[in-house]
Design a protein around this ligand. Structure first.
Ligand code: HDD
Length: 702
């Protein structure tokens, strides 16, 4: 029964339903899946013919009287709602948050009181700049928005995969977003920052320099949502039962570790599979491999905050984890895809101001502005003040208030009293003990448009990020800056950016200037506060220094043909299963191929449909007799050449040697011969390194 009910109404009467077309239909139609219900209008009226509009004669005009036609077209015409002004492209999943231990010492938030308590959650990941139909692997910040349906109302941690932001004050947000989006006269480029307007704004906004280091790093091209961190960015407060305050920063740490792709790879993934990230989340959840993150908190008090030479209210700064190690307080598991993308992922409304009692805001001027913007934007997108009546946005705890009416009100109060106090003893009342109380901070100062002096150092943490990276990662930052600025047509903007880079790291500035072919080095940009050249490196900021050392959750692309060694293939599959990794079989024809022992190998993809950029590593297992044909396929050559260029591990059988030669593959320790089934587990163990970056200088990834 449940199966029938979840079927979209319109699928019941298909064009193949000859009975219905002849008008002989009974109440229920038999299909292979069982009886299906009668198609109706939105008013519930049964429909006799959904294939032809009502006409005067077979070749005559359609009549206005055709209410079914009018209702159908009317509804279709209004299917779209405005996409989000930023973070339009996103993908969400349901799950839960599990609390490790009571945090009552720090907060009275109910979600943190009991060890082992599970709270339902919905998470939406997103890119920022591109529209809803853009591609997944843009160089961009990723949104990481978490809605926790707590017993004290919804708590939204609306974060990103980068712990800092471009600007310090929310009043600059429209400028920043206008600059990064497509330019208004020409309406391009889509979903990319490599254009004049963006870099012009950045070059005139030195506070963005720290964020720029992150966005030009591989953090901005993640391998998948499952392999990225999330950050609440701002400093928040926790308040305990005595209303004592502790500052807090929120971090989500992926259980599978961090991983990104190479830029050249990202560009190709966008062509091969623009839905690469959403497909990855869908496939892993459907396969029962539920992605998981640990919630870690950096907790500190006012005295600790005062000890820094930056301001914890400044969202362009972070607190290095070496100085303040985060503590793990719970885990977030995503285990269910939405039933309907529009109803849930598109209509979910995240709002920074959704906090439970025991969590409070700081005076971060970016956060203060966000607390206005997120409520406001939901009216535009969802069309009514009653957007909390949409199931994905409704609290899952009891709630009672006197808000009423408005467009599309779905939950309407009963009874006489729609106000309080009232004499009828009806309706809810406030609870000073249970309700939300703000931290009673004493505020004073002139009413003026000011920026604190403590926000003035724009370069020291940018330098800290850069010097904390592995040399490979530093190379990628320089290459990304060079690429992006090469798309900027106005030379003075390129020079201005290099002048900022001189305040971050001389070597980086030189590399970029050289890559751009600048004729002369500009002077360093004027800095309100000189860079702290002695700032300490923080290894926690590097992806490569914190590699997972295992292939779990990753995917091997296995190229097969007629005559593939069945024993080796099976051994590889077993080793991958043991490592918690997956694979796809790629064959010349999607129908599959006959293995060496006569068994049939089912394929997932044909070679042209599955370039190696879609896999974390590849294994080449062709049979000898099939090589002549394979060597003629340019897509087979690209498969191997790209895997090599992207510093991936390549396993190969002897028969594949001519293909390696044709693809220009040079021997190195990550090009691994597979002589028999016994080599499979050793090969899979090596894949835990994820990439062989030592190859990079040879392939000049750029
Ligand atoms: Fe924002 C959406 C994250 C600054 C105004 N933002 C949005 C989403 C994320 C973030 C993840 C998508 C939520 C979803 O999936 O529906 N935004 C951030 C972070 C910021 C930030 C981490 C800085 C620390 N945002 C920011 C500022 C403003 C906004 C300063 C405005 C003053 N953001 C919005 C918005 C959006 C939004 C216009 C668009 C759609 C929505 O809210 O629901 O209100």
């Amino acid at each position: 029964m449940a199966k029938q009910a979840s079927k979209p109404a319109g699928t019941a009467a298909t064009i193949h339903d000859q009975k219905l077309l002849r008008g002989e239909g009974g109440e229920l139609h038999q299909t292979a899946a069982g009886p299906t219900p009668v198609l109706t209008t939105a008013q519930g009226g049964p429909v006799s013919d959904d294939q032809n509009s009502l006409k005067i004669g077979a070749r005559g005009p359609t009549v206005l009287e055709d209410f079914h036609f009018r209702e159908k077209i009317f509804h279709f015409d209004h299917e779209r709602i405005p996409e989000r002004v930023v973070h339009a492209r996103g993908y969400g999943a349901h799950g839960y948050f599990e609390t490790y231990e009571s945090l009552a010492k720090y907060t009275r938030a109910d979600i943190f009181q009991r060890a082992g308590e599970k709270t339902p959650a919905f998470v939406r990941f997103s890119t920022v700049a591109g529209n809803k139909g853009s591609f997944d692997l843009a160089r961009d910040v990723r949104g990481f928005a978490v809605k926790l349906y707590t017993q004290e109302g919804n708590w939204d941690i609306v974060g990103n995969n980068i712990p800092v932001f471009f600007i310090q004050d929310a009043i600059k947000f429209p400028d920043m977003v206008h600059a990064v989006k497509e330019e208004p006269d020409r309406a391009f480029p889509q979903a990319q920052s490599a254009h004049d307007n963006f870099w012009d704004f950045i070059s005139l906004t030195p506070e963005s320099m720290h964020m720029i280091m992150w966005v030009m790093s591989d953090r901005a091209i993640p391998r998948s949502f499952r392999f990225m961190e999330g950050f609440g960015v701002h400093t928040f407060r926790l308040l305990n039962a005595k209303d004592e305050s502790t500052f807090v920063k929120f971090h989500w740490k992926p259980k599978l570790g961090l991983q990104s792709v190479a830029w050249n790879e990202a560009v190709k993934i966008n062509g091969a599979d623009p839905d690469f990230h959403r497909r990855d989340l869908w496939e892993s959840i459907q396969a029962g491999n539920f992605p998981e993150w640990e919630l870690q908190l950096q907790l500190f008090d006012q005295a600790f905050a005062d000890s820094f030479d930056f301001d914890v209210l400044d969202a362009t700064k972070l607190i290095p984890e070496e100085i303040l190690p985060p503590i793990a307080v719970g885990r977030l598991v995503l285990d269910r895809m939405p039933d309907n993308f529009f109803a849930e992922t598109e209509q979910v409304a995240f709002m920074t101001q959704n906090v439970p009692p025991g969590v409070d805001f700081s005076n971060d001027p970016l956060l203060q502005g966000r607390n206005f913007s997120y409520l406001d934007t939901q009216i535009k997108r969802l069309g009514s003040t009653n957007f909390t009546h949409i199931p994905i946005n409704a609290p899952k705890c009891p709630f009672h208030h006197f808000q009423q009416d408005g467009h599309m009100a779905m939950r309407n109060p009963v009874g006489r009293a729609n106000y309080q106090p009232n004499s009828w003893d009806e309706g809810p009342r406030e609870s000073p003990s249970k309700g939300f109380r703000s931290f009673t901070e004493v505020e004073a100062g002139p009413k003026a448009r000011l920026r604190s002096e403590t926000f003035a150092d724009h370069y020291s943490q940018a330098r800290q990020f850069y010097i904390s990276q592995d040399p490979v990662e530093q190379g990628h930052i320089a290459a990304a800056l060079t690429f992006e600025l090469s798309k900027v047509q106005t030379p003075v903007i390129r020079e201005r950016i290099v002048s900022h880079l001189l305040n971050i790291d001389d070597g980086l500035a030189r590399k970029v200037a050289d890559g751009l072919g600048l004729k002369a080095m500009p002077n360093p940009a004027d800095a309100a506060v000189p860079t702290r050249r002695d700032v300490a490196a923080s290894d926690a900021l590097s992806i490569l220094k914190n590699g997972p050392g295992r292939f779990e959750g990753r995917k091997l692309g296995i190229l097969v043909t007629e005559g593939t060694d069945a024993a080796l293939l099976n051994a590889l599959k077993q080793a991958l299963a043991k490592a918690g990794a997956s694979f796809e079989i790629i064959a010349p024809k999607v129908g599959g191929a006959k293995a060496s022992d006569g068994s049939w190998i089912e394929a997932h993809q044909m070679i042209a449909g599955a370039p190696s950029v879609l896999y974390d590593a590849v294994a080449l297992l062709p049979g000898k007799a099939a090589m002549a044909d394979l060597l003629r396929e340019s897509t087979a050559r690209d498969f191997v050449a790209d895997a090599f260029a992207h510093c991936k591990f390549i396993g190969f059988v002897e028969a594949a040697a001519p293909l390696l030669t044709k693809a220009g593959v040079a021997e190195d320790e990550a090009v691994i011969a597979l002589t028999s089934a016994k080599d499979a587990s050793g090969f899979v163990a090596r894949l835990g390194d994820l990439r062989f970056w030592a190859r990079e200088p040879k392939v000049k990834l750029g």
